[in-house]
Design a protein around this ligand. Structure first.
Ligand code: GLN
Length: 241
């Protein structure tokens, strides 16, 4: 953490914000403040430079063309790469997940360069993945089963320098043939889950906060969040109830 507060930078809401991704910023703010940690959030338009003093950078989903423009601008700016290289937290959803990888598929099937912050490669998948998705998270992250809503054409393959975020138990996820959803390395984490992901999976929000402050944070009363979680889990994975 660079100061007494967590600085959250929401990257390009004018281009990357579908299916309630803004809820991820609200969730981080709220769960930080409930621990007595102040936050400051910047909604960074795509014609503004990426600030270097952020603690958590969020990227949402986007349609194909806004996604291509966002990737071009972020590559030209270079600031997100610099922030990630110094260990800042990056949380990227769907189009954002594809952008932080090495390459992704454009609207006409062309391969386009990403930022190369996370060792993943995306292309156009055979069929669109639309619907609920759930997965069991890598044990070392200490996050219970996650759920979200996915809507993407892209399919993503994880390289040797990143790990799968979760093993899919319902839905498609990365569509890589391995049954994985999302990927992470260091403090950079990408996922196909909208919904928004951090509202539906508060433990994932806390993981990002722990990474940002560099130590454990106290648990919260989860009764309301737990009810929402259970409801979604029952809907997505009926066998789990
Ligand atoms: N345009 C990308 C795809 O279709 C990402 C979609 C999204 O962010 N929902 O794969």
């Amino acid at each position: 953490m660079s100061s007494d507060r967590i600085k959250i930078v929401w990257i390009y809401p004018d281009l990357l914000s579908t299916y309630g991704d803004q809820g991820n910023t609200i969730m981080l703010e709220r769960r930080a403040r409930l621990r007595g940690i102040p936050t400051e959030t910047v909604h960074l338009r795509s014609d503004e430079p990426v600030p270097q003093d952020g603690d958590i950078y969020l990227l949402g989903g986007g349609e194909d063309r806004p996604q291509i423009l966002a990737a071009q601008r972020l590559r030209a700016d270079g600031g997100l790469n610099t922030a990630a290289a110094r260990g800042a937290v990056v949380f990227a959803v769907c189009a954002g997940f594809q952008i932080i990888g090495h390459e992704f598929g454009g609207d006409e099937g062309q391969q386009l360069p990403g930022l190369g912050i996370l060792d993943v490669r995306s292309g156009r998948g055979q069929q669109r993945a639309v619907g609920e998705v759930a997965g069991d998270v890598a044990a070392e992250l200490n996050v219970p089963r996650i759920t979200g809503f996915e809507n993407h054409q892209g399919a993503t393959v994880i390289g040797p320098n990143a790990r799968p975020l979760a093993k899919v138990v319902a839905g498609i996820g990365n569509g890589d043939g391995q049954g994985f959803e999302g990927a992470y390395a260091g403090h950079v984490l990408g996922t196909y889950m909208h919904g928004p992901a951090l509202v539906r999976n508060p433990a994932l929000a806390d993981l990002l906060l722990r990474w940002a402050v560099g130590h454990d944070i106290p648990p919260l009363d989860e009764s309301w969040a737990g009810r929402l979680r259970e409801e979604r889990l029952r809907a997505v994975v009926p066998s789990a109830s």
